[in-house]
Design a protein around this ligand. Structure first.
Ligand code: KG4
Ligand code: ZN
Length: 333
């Protein structure tokens, strides 16, 4: 019999529902939330309210697009964490109610584990592999030993890579989320025009708060001399900031892969949508003879397809949750 999973993702500001059948994605519906743009960042209370408005139509659409009936579903999966507690609560409550109404088993999924397992939607890395997971909330190098066995070998001590993009963009006066805009404007800029110092952090850990501060001080100094400095140099600033962040990420990834002698290397999370990171990662892979893996664009940022895939492997492993499961803002791998 086929395993059909209905998965819900609501950890931050995207409401998503997906349906998988035997690890193939039949539907992956994502509703973004424009409401945060006005505020320059995600407002948790507004996010929970938008999830509540979106969740029923998003799930309906996913089931419709998948062409399945509710009676065929084998289990309902949900993101338990990490994420915004109010946002998570909407998805967790919905999943529990659905499971109760349809008498279905529940599967809880760790959002970070799901980002990593998104690789198994379209490809098949062999174990063990290293994954650089870069999102708005996390930056980790993870040793993936098996579908459900993972070890964090390095992580950020302060801001995440996505935050570094978004906060730098904010300093440049760009709207939230600034990461994709920095990517876009960088294409027309000179990445060697401005140099920002790279932090010296031990082992495979990262730090981005110093970079952010040096960008802030630099911009303050230059705009005192020329109030139009940012406007006149926007593309070069974007390209230089992007290069700094990508340099920091890839240096640590290469260091970890060499030290651990691993040749299967992957990228995951929202920032892996960044074109400079994707290109330079592939180049680094060629240089080091790695087999490289990057998820398709739509599976990089938050989506429920990755939750469905993670749940599929948990289903096979008989890892089920129950009606007592509560959301976790912090949830380690
Ligand atoms: O994984 P994700 O969708 O949500 C979290 O789990 O955090 O990642 C969102 C992050 C945001 O910080 C966003 O600016 C960043 O990913 N991002 C990008 C790009 N696309 C999304 N950063 C740089 N370049 C991009 N093209
Ligand atoms: Zn994410």
């Amino acid at each position: 019999m086929s395993i059909i999973i209905l998965a819900i993702e609501s950890s931050c500001d995207d409401t998503s529902a997906a349906v998988s059948k035997d690890a193939k994605i039949l539907a992956n519906v994502i509703a973004g939330q424009k409401v945060h743009e006005l505020w320059g960042g995600v407002v948790p209370e507004l996010a929970s309210r938008a999830h509540q408005q979106n969740i029923v139509p998003v799930v309906d659409l996913a089931i419709q697009q998948a062409g399945i009936s509710r009676e065929e579903i084998s289990a309902i999966a949900f993101t338990r964490g990490p994420g915004l507690i109010g946002s998570l609560l909407v998805g967790v409550s919905f999943a529990k109610a659905f499971a109760l109404a349809k008498n279905l088993p529940l599967i809880e999924v760790n959002h970070m584990q799901a980002h990593i397992l998104s690789h198994f939607i379209d490809s098949n890395p062999s174990f063990p592999f290293l994954c650089l997971t870069v999102s708005g909330g996390h930056t980790q190098i993870v040793l993936v030993k098996n579908f459900l066995e993972m070890e964090v070998v390095g992580e950020t001590l302060d801001d995440a890579a996505g935050e570094a993009f978004d906060k730098s963009a904010k300093l440049l006066g760009l709207p939230y989320p600034g990461g994709p805009l920095i990517d876009k404007y960088s294409k027309q800029g000179d990445a060697t025009k401005f140099l920002f110092p790279e932090p010296q952090i031990k082992d495979f850990d990262f730090s981005f708060s110093g970079v952010k501060t040096s960008i802030l001080y630099f911009l303050q100094k230059e705009t005192r001399k020329n109030p139009d400095f940012i406007k006149e140099n926007l593309y070069d600033l974007c390209a230089s900031i992007q290069k700094t962040i990508v340099d920091i990420l890839l240096k640590k990834l290469e260091k970890a892969a060499k030290k651990m002698n691993i040749k299967e290397v992957a990228l995951a999370g929202g920032v892996s949508a960044n074109s400079e990171l994707r290109t330079r990662f592939e180049e680094l892979g060629k240089k080091n003879s790695w087999a490289t893996y990057i998820p398709k664009f739509e599976y990089c940022t938050d989506n429920a397809a990755m939750i469905a895939i993670a749940a599929h492997y948990k289903f096979l492993n008989n890892e089920f949750s129950n009606q007592q499961a509560e959301p976790l803002a912090r949830y380690h791998l």
